[in-house]
Design a protein around this ligand. Structure first.
Ligand code: FAD
Ligand code: UDP
Length: 392
């Protein structure tokens, strides 16, 4: 990989390339595609990245003062069920044995999350066994079982009942999405498992971990090919006049921005991250603490040293925290979560259909696809695009 700190040598680089593919965005989607294009198809690849670093939202780097690996856009844990994705990504990183566990603070007490027998027994002060949970919750779930739940609130109550919903889901969800859970699609809550046993893992996926060399190391390896040139601090819109009309382009930026928002803006939810160094060795005893109560303005606190128990930094003095605050989104803000309602889905289709008519253009990534994807899904979709459109 050759990396350029800005676009000043883009024109001469493009002249020196044979049939380059322009990849806009160096997140996990763009980086996997760049790797396949160069390593699999032998193509010249020019990656344009508007930020000052590669890796998109998955990026992490060492904090120079504490030596702790800090995730720049909130916690990122790689997890997947897919053998194909795991085998592919493991070529570029070794992962540690971290398995994600989350705690949540509700009403001044700490519980395990997602909702499991541990949460249920602690919350109700019971000693229920797995085969007793269904009957115990039946009175508060029955009104919502049977039919198709119409929204997130109905879906959550059908699974866990009113009391647990109010304690752990309603406040967090209202903060996270800035709207009443009755106005949100049911599928958001199905990201979380509900368990009637004491398995307290956050994810069901067999493959989980954090890259031993951090996400910075993973992305360096993905893009480590002589045919790949990366231009940082380079927004496509500032350099598009330099890109040949006939170039093939993989677009992982926002679909509506590409077409000048001509049909209106797709809506997003944004986030604000507040980072803080503290002298204490261990602030919260775990990587992620959620805050379920609506009057606490953040949704979770991340303490990054817990992601790398294998590193010496874990025993060093000091820690780095990040408080995550949900935020309203307006054009120009960082777009984190798509608002998947009927209006936005229909609007997205208009943009995607029009972009599909551009010869040589491909839409991808969570921004380009307007999808709430985890990293493994982005890798899977990038491999799929390579196989269907570029593989020799
Ligand atoms: P991105 O990572 O967003 O990359 C897109 C890149 O394109 C960016 O670098 C951007 O700067 C660049 N770009 C955009 N427009 C332009 C332009 N015009 N010109 C040049 N460059 C441009 N997934 C997990 O699997 N595990 C987790 O634990 C996890 N935690 C998450 C926590 C949070 C708070 C959030 C918001 C997401 C989390 N995810 C997690 C999801 C994960 O972030 C995404 O799956 C991943 O970022 C998708 O990669 P991508 O390449 O599609 O997009
Ligand atoms: N959620 C909740 N309480 C929690 C954690 C999650 O109500 O303690 C809900 C919330 O609506 C959230 C969704 O479950 O948007 C999915 O949670 P996840 O942790 O997967 O969200 P992400 O990490 O993608 O922000």
């Amino acid at each position: 990989m050759t990396t350029f700190a800005d676009s000043s040598r883009l024109a001469s680089t493009l002249e020196g390339c044979r049939r380059p593919v322009i990849v806009v965005g160096s997140g996990i989607f763009g980086s996997v595609l760049a790797e396949r294009l160069a390593g699999g198809a032998g193509r010249d690849v020019v990656v344009l990245e508007r930020r000052a670093h590669i890796g998109g939202n998955s990026y992490s780097e060492i904090d120079p003062e504490t030596g702790i690996e800090v995730h720049r856009y909130g916690s990122h844990i790689f997890h997947t069920k897919s053998e194909k994705v795991w085998n592919y990504i493991s070529r570029f990183a070794r992962f540690n044995t971290y398995r994600h566990k989350v705690l949540t603070t509700s009403g001044g007490r700490v519980y395990t999350m997602p909702i499991s027998l541990m949460t249920i027994n602690a919350f109700f002060g019971k000693c229920l066994r797995p085969d007793e949970v269904g009957a115990f919750l039946a009175a508060s779930t029955e009104n919502f079982r049977g039919g198709e739940p119409a929204n997130l609130e109905e879906k959550a109550i059908s699974l866990i009942g009113e009391d647990l919903y109010r304690a752990f889901i309603r406040g967090y969800t209202a903060k996270q999405w800035g709207r009443d859970p009755k106005e949100l699609p049911a599928e958001i809550i199905t990201r979380l498992p509900v368990r009637h046993n004491y398995n307290t893992d956050y994810f069901n996926d067999p493959h989980q971990g954090i890259p031993l060399d951090g996400y910075g190391g993973l992305f360096e390896k993905l893009l480590d090919h002589d045919n790949i040139r990366v231009f940082l601090n380079t927004d496509y819109f500032d350099v598009r006049r330099l890109i040949p009309e006939t170039a093939e382009v993989v677009w992982t930026g926002m679909a509506d921005r590409l077409l000048g928002y001509k049909y209106g803006h797709l809506e997003w939810r944004s986030l604000r991250f507040e980072y803080e160094r503290l002298e204490t060795e261990d602030y919260q005893g775990t990587a992620v603490m959620n805050y379920a109560d609506e009057d606490v303005p953040w949704t979770r606190i991340h303490e990054f040293k817990h992601y790398h128990p294998e590193r010496d930094a874990f025993t060093s003095a000091g820690t780095v925290l990040c408080k995550e605050f949900p935020a309203a989104w307006k054009p120009g803000d960082e777009a984190y979560y798509p608002i998947g309602n009927d209006r936005n889905r229909a609007l997205y289709r208009r943009y995607a259909d029009e972009i599909a008519l551009r010869p040589g253009w491909h839409l991808g990534g969570r921004l380009g696809a307007y999808q709430y994807w985890d990293m493994d899904r982005a890798v899977e979709k990038a491999l799929e695009l390579y196989e269907t459109s570029f593989q020799p």
